[in-house]
Design a protein around this ligand. Structure first.
Ligand code: FES
Length: 162
């Protein structure tokens, strides 16, 4: 279960967001810009942040929620410290990327789209990452791993574990 955001503990972040909103009040597209900033500050857009934005930008909460859930660059659930993206594009898929994804899911004990309980990893499936010659491919943060086999996964994950 996802715990709510502790507003008091994140007071400084709310102040930063408020200052940002105040600085762009006259601009067009204030909601999108604010959501981007909030995502950058908090790492995701929990309901407490959505309510704050709705109030500050003066739009209904439903609209904030609608935009936050429509665009893939926003997330309303927390993301892990390390983001893993396994390519399920055609070239990777035919070379077995689903098996790589299944292995990651098993090793991390999460399903696709999920985040580990310790908030270390988020697992996602992606479209073509633009390096099909290395299929099957995955990315962890900015690092690309190609010609993957499921058996290589534990060793790769170990590099990111504290
Ligand atoms: S299909 Fe996977 S990198 Fe292009």
């Amino acid at each position: 279960m996802i715990k709510g955001l502790d507003v008091r503990a994140n007071e400084r972040q709310f102040i930063e967001l408020k200052e940002y909103i105040d600085s762009i009040r006259q601009s067009q597209g204030i909601l999108m810009q604010t959501l981007h900033k909030a995502q950058e500050i908090f790492g995701y857009l929990p309901i407490e942040v959505q309510k704050f934005i709705a109030h500050e930008v003066d739009v209904p909460l439903a609209e904030v929620y609608g935009v936050a859930t429509f665009y893939t660059q926003f997330s309303i659930t927390p993301k892990g410290k390390h983001k893993i993206g396994v390519c399920l594009g055609t070239a990777c898929y035919v070379k077995g990327s689903q098996l790589v994804l299944d292995k990651l899911s098993k090793e991390l004990n999460i399903s696709v789209g999920g985040t580990t309980e310790d908030n270390e990893f988020t697992l996602e499936a992606t479209r073509c990452l633009g390096c099909c010659g290395l299929a099957p491919v995955m990315m962890i943060d900015g690092d690309v791993y190609g010609k993957l086999e499921p058996k290589k996964i534990p060793e790769i994950l170990a590099k990111y574990k504290d």
